[in-house]
Write a protein that binds this ligand. Structure first.
Ligand SMILES: Cc1cc2nc3c(=O)[nH]c(=O)nc-3n(C[C@H](O)[C@H](O)[C@H](O)COP(=O)(O)OP(=O)(O)OC[C@H]3O[C@@H](n4cnc5c(N)ncnc54)[C@H](O)[C@@H]3O)c2cc1C
Length: 435
């Protein structure tokens, strides 16, 4: 979240239990069939969950051919974390995957800004923090040999302001404490339990995308999804003209805030209504580049939690200087106000406010960037807190062929872990399907 959600499974095994499908039935003959072995038992017995499949593939593959449904043609809509992990694991399992992505890059809400900053500095526009209990996220970071580093500096002081505006300088714990106190324990705790991907969070979706390069079609916004008893059809725009692909299964990971503009003729009124009503929250970030890190000379590490509950980060604290970026991170309430401003006003108001906390910023300011998620054409908001229960238990498959995944349909909404776990749940649904 970076959300405020604490319920839900915490380990892969709990996750697997949670998303457990009905007992696996196969039409193929074989000893597993006779013994009425369920996939659940199979995965348990082998000590594996599908989430860990790619990490321990040979073991799973050697038995799975008896238990799995046939190989299928699958269209995955969206190359965010949910679509990418599903594409990767389905491909590993031998399915024929095509990924349609509206943007010209993978990652969706995992996006690292590298421009317009100088000296190779970068800062994340979306996901950045990884808590130590997000086992799935950490597994894929490890699988792709990416490096982690601490999210927060352990030296110098953070600033916090209470509701009366009283300013305090304290250790980094005071920042996470304020955060946890305001948004819920999920964001608090010892600062050392938080890590980030060295080089930018987008290295994770890029690593998936590299493995799937020939299967992803960028610049391909989906406009219609339909299915019948025999197949699914997806209409997307290619160079502005409609094109259709026909597949056995569709996995839709498009956020509901955007999906409501896609033609879905076969979806039930109830599901359409949930999609239409989904309220995605506003998040606004403003990034200010300073020609030096003068605040460090004053004993400050660049992190702050303001009176209006805006986080201030120094996302470049672990990158080479001398320049640095300070970032404001506003959530609902404050975020809508910022989103309604024009870019120059967003920047000037953030600069003025931060110069109050870090006097000297105006004088050292060089340039800025902003990211307001409500105005992102392919996200229309940061995340959705309602969860999948409203959408229908286990995302019943409409017409038997459309599956849904994404952080919004997971037990960890607003986290990469949620997107990954929902993608893996869909992999299991699709892999086990008989047709
Ligand atoms: C500001 C912010 C901060 C966050 N902080 C953290 C954090 O610190 N830690 C953490 O773990 N998580 C964090 N998250 C959450 C995390 O980024 C998301 O939960 C996760 O990336 C969502 O992945 P997804 O695949 O469900 O959705 P998305 O990433 O939105 O992927 C959906 C994809 O579908 C594409 N798409 C949309 N419409 C169409 C269409 N019509 N046709 C084809 N493609 C389409 C989109 O372009 C996108 O690529 C944060 C998110 C935000 C916005």
């Amino acid at each position: 979240m970076d959300g405020v959600f604490s319920s839900g499974p915490r380990t892969i095994h709990e996750l697997h239990e949670y998303h457990e499908a009905p007992p696996y039935k196969t039409e193929r003959s074989g000893p597993f069939n006779l013994m009425a072995v369920t996939r659940r038992k199979f995965l348990r017995n082998t000590g594996l969950a599908i989430a860990g499949a790619s990490l321990a593939r040979p073991h799973l593959f050697s038995n799975a051919s008896i238990l799995r449904g046939p190989s299928k043609k699958v269209a995955i809509l969206g190359a965010g974390m949910a679509g990418l992990v599903a594409g990767y694991e389905l491909t590993q399992l031998g399915h024929d995957v095509t990924i349609l992505e509206a943007r010209m890059r993978p990652g969706g809400r995992v996006h690292t800004l590298r421009e317009p900053f100088s000296d190779g500095l970068y800062a994340d526009a979306g996901a950045a923090r990884i808590p130590d209990e997000h086992d799935l996220t950490l597994k894929y970071v490890k699988l792709f040999n990416l490096s982690l580093e601490p999210m927060y500096p352990s030296r110098l002081s953070a600033l916090t302001f209470d509701r009366d505006g009283i300013r305090r300088e304290g250790p980094m714990d005071s920042f996470t404490e304020a955060l946890g106190g305001h948004f819920g324990g999920d964001l608090g705790g010892n600062p050392s339990r938080w890590q980030k991907i060295k080089g930018g969070t987008d290295l994770l979706p890029k690593a998936f995308a590299q493995k799937l390069a020939d299967k992803i079609h960028y610049g391909s916004p989906v406009v219609r999804i339909e299915t019948d008893a025999k197949m699914a059809r997806v209409v997307f725009l290619h160079a502005g003209s409609p094109q259709t692909i026909t597949t056995d299964r569709v996995l839709c990971t498009i956020p509901f805030s955007v999906l409501r503009n896609v033609d879905l003729p076969l979806l039930s009124e109830r599901k359409l209504d949930v999609i239409k009503r989904a309220q995605y929250v506003a998040v606004a970030r403003v990034y200010l580049q300073s020609r030096n890190r003068f605040w460090e000379g004053k004993g400050l590490n660049g992190f702050a939690f303001t009176q209006s509950a805006v986080e201030v980060w120094h996302p470049t604290w672990s990158q080479n200087g001398p320049r640095g970026i300070l970032m404001t991170y506003a959530r609902p309430g404050e975020a809508e106000r910022i989103t309604n401003l024009k870019d120059p006003e967003r920047i000037s108001s953030a600069l003025k406010e931060l110069d109050g906390y870090f006097p000297g910023l105006q004088a050292n300011f060089e340039g800025a960037a902003t990211k307001c998620w409500l105005e992102d054409e392919w996200a229309r908001g940061a995340w959705w807190f309602v969860g999948f229960r409203d959408f229908g238990r286990s995302i019943e498959v409409e017409g038997g062929r459309i599956h849904f995944a994404g952080e919004h349909l997971s037990e960890w909404p607003s986290w990469m872990q949620g997107a990954l776990s929902s993608g893996l749940r869909a992999v299991k649904e699709i892999d086990e399907a008989i047709v």
